[in-house]
Design a protein around this ligand. Structure first.
Ligand code: M6R
Length: 609
């Protein structure tokens, strides 16, 4: 939530800042601003709305500044407006600061600062920071930042510049991501590596409590007052991965990347002969696993939906109890966790605040934590005992698609691996699943190629709906929850997922003529019951779009429309069945003229609780 950017070097700062903000717009998009230092003066530009508004306001008047900071906001404290937009300044407009995070004790600090005569302009928590810097500034921005960090409670990634020290940026990080990119005599700062990849591949990922002092003479990093060394990482992402590559939206591109991503996620882990899975990267030993008496999966949003699939397959194959919890709920409980729990936290960004908090609860209670993450070296990846990377490449659209399917792949591989180590399934059956899994990228490709047009046409119908029900049983119910979330978040159509067997316990009362239902019927063992549910809905007039594996006459004949998935083992169908649901949501949102990649009120990475 919120993206920050900074630059110090020989280039004109504003174009670099704007480009970095555009690249991070998915982190927040309700207002944006930049501050530059030019001839001993601070210049600040702000605009409410998207970055294009700021760009328009600046109107290519880039000046000659070569040092600056910028911010794209997702509002927490104070509504989106020019006043609440970052950068914020001190009373004398001497210091400018951008911040991602929340200052929890801002009211107390603000009261004290106001009593001391500081004048506040905004409703934000952030504004206390430049005033605190002002309060302790005695010619050294680094010392002022160190003092400020001592006084604040909460979490932050922030950058500050000061008129009296025109070639210096001071950065601080606690629980929100902050990266420094290294060029030839130039430094770039961002919340996300993807924003810097066009400029450099050499990056330092600041760690919790780090304060970095950056000037033309180099970088010095401190932690708790002591100088520390941080390694420089070479990031070898494909530059094009964070671009739209000819697609109108990142979401559509990311949906289409799934066949490749599924293959990448298996690459090197599932051998071509489909006889073995190599997850030695996790270093899971039989004697440790035998002590595990439960698995606990915690995540948010789409990652939580992947966790629901994880629960079903682990329980089925390992006969081990699995709890799956929303991180935001889990952290307020007194969970039944101890050193015999194997914890799995799932997060695309690796920065989701609640998931990170859950990880810390697990660790406090002695559980071993395995993280499934996409972003390399993210906070969750670093704090977990083991990390299992999804290899999905940068996911830019706010609506998660390829991250979900790659999370599923890892959960399948992990389950098979555990089943192998603990000898809970016979090798023949495992080999059959390995072989089926190996075919999934090809099946996903076929599914996209053969169904996209039909789905687009169905989405036209869906786009006129105001409500939709997604139903399924077993694994289909878990996928239905993801399908409903996708439709809600990008097309703003109210959508609910129900376990098909629950309809008769209340919800069927809502089914009348033409009420839209998307029915997932991909589970062979549950098909008969799903057919009955579909017929019951049709009898009451519902408009039903079904998802089946291949032709299923008893479904095809009764529903209004059907999407056929390639035939695969029922255990693995979620990897395929989610794809049509993603496309339905995408095209419905397109017909409704919605902002697909940046839906209202959302941001990609939820770094506040
Ligand atoms: O980065 P994470 O996987 O931890 O993010 C979790 C959720 O915020 C995320 O999946 C969210 O629900 C997506 N916008 C859904 O498309």
């Amino acid at each position: 939530m919120c993206g920050i950017i900074g630059y110090l070097g020989p280039r004109l700062a504003i174009p670099v800042l704007l480009e970095g903000l555009y690249a991070q717009e998915y982190r927040g998009y309700d207002s944006a601003g930049v501050a530059t230092l030019e001839e001993g003066r601070l210049n600040v530009y702000k605009a409410t709305g998207k970055i294009a508004e700021l760009d328009k306001k600046i109107n290519r008047q880039y000046g000659s500044a070569t040092v600056g900071i910028g911010h794209t906001r997702w509002a927490t404290h104070g509504k989106p407006s020019d006043i609440n937009c970052h950068p914020h300044m001190d009373c004398h407009k001497h210091i400018a600061l951008v911040h991602n995070g929340i200052i929890e004790n801002y009211q107390e600090l603000k009261g004290r600062l106001q009593q001391q005569g500081h004048r506040f302009l905004s409703d934000t928590d952030t504004e206390v920071l430049p005033h605190l810097l002002e309060e302790s500034y005695q010619g050294d921005l680094l010392a002022a930042m160190q003092e400020t960090c001592r006084q604040v409670k909460g979490f932050y990634a922030m950058l500050a510049i000061c008129q009296s020290e025109p070639r210096r940026i001071v950065a601080a990080r606690l629980d929100n991501p902050l990266i420094i990119g290294l060029g030839q005599g130039e430094y770039f700062f961002a919340s996300d590596m993807a924003a810097l990849i066009d400029y450099t591949r050499e990056m330092i990922i600041l760690q919790n409590g780090d304060i970095a002092d950056v000037s033309d003479t180099g970088i010095v990093i401190y932690n708790q007052g002591q100088k520390v060394e941080r390694s420089v990482k070479h990031i070898d992402w494909d530059k094009e991965a964070a671009k739209k590559g000819g697609y109108p939206h990142f979401m559509l591109k990311e949906i289409h990347e799934q066949p490749k991503v599924l293959a990448q996620t298996m690459n090197g882990r599932l051998k071509e002969d489909c006889q073995n899975i190599d997850l030695s990267e996790l270093n899971l030993q039989k004697q440790d696993l035998e002590k595990v008496n439960q698995i606990a999966i915690v995540a948010c949003g789409t990652a939580y939906h992947a966790g629901l699939i994880g629960k079903s397959i682990i329980e089925k194959l390992l006969r081990l109890p699995v709890m799956v919890e929303l991180a935001s709920e889990f952290i307020h409980k007194d969970p039944l966790i101890d050193e015999r729990t194997l914890a799995i936290v799932i997060s695309q960004s690796g920065e989701t605040m609640d998931t990170l908090a859950a990880l810390r609860v697990f660790r406090e209670r002695g559980a071993r934590v395995l993280a499934i993450c996409n972003v390399v070296d993210s906070t969750i990846a670093r704090e977990a005992d083991q990390v299992f990377y999804t290899m999905a490449g940068p996911e830019i659209a706010v609506a998660s698609t390829k991250a979900y399917s790659s999370q599923l792949m890892l959960l399948y591989m992990l389950t098979f691996h555990l089943a192998q180590i603990l000898q809970r399934q016979n090798q023949q059956q495992l080999n059959a699943w390995f072989a089926a899994m190996y075919q999934l990228p090809q099946f996903a490709e076929t599914l996209l190629a053969e169904n996209e047009q039909t789905i687009q046409a169905l989405a036209k119908t869906i786009s006129s709906w105001e409500d939709a029900f997604f139903i399924g049983r077993g694994l289909d119910y878990a996928v239905a929850q993801e399908g409903a979330l996708k439709l809600k978040e990008i097309s703003y159509i109210h959508a609910e997922a129900y376990a098909a067997g629950e309809l008769k316990h209340g919800t069927i009362a809502l089914i009348t003529d033409k009420v839209p239902v998307i029915a997932l019927a991909t589970q062979d063992s549950l098909l008969k019951m799903m057919v009955s549910n579909i017929v019951e809905l049709k009898t009451r007039g519902a408009y039903v779009i079904a998802l089946t594996k291949g032709n299923v006459p008893e479904v095809d004949q009764v529903v209004d429309a059907v999407i056929h998935l390639p035939e695969t083992d029922e255990l693995l169908t979620p990897v395929l069945s989610v794809i049509p649901l993603q496309l339905l949501a995408y095209y419905a949102a397109l017909y409704r003229d919605c902002e697909i990649d940046q839906p209202r009120n959302l941001a990609k990475s939820v770094t506040v609780p």
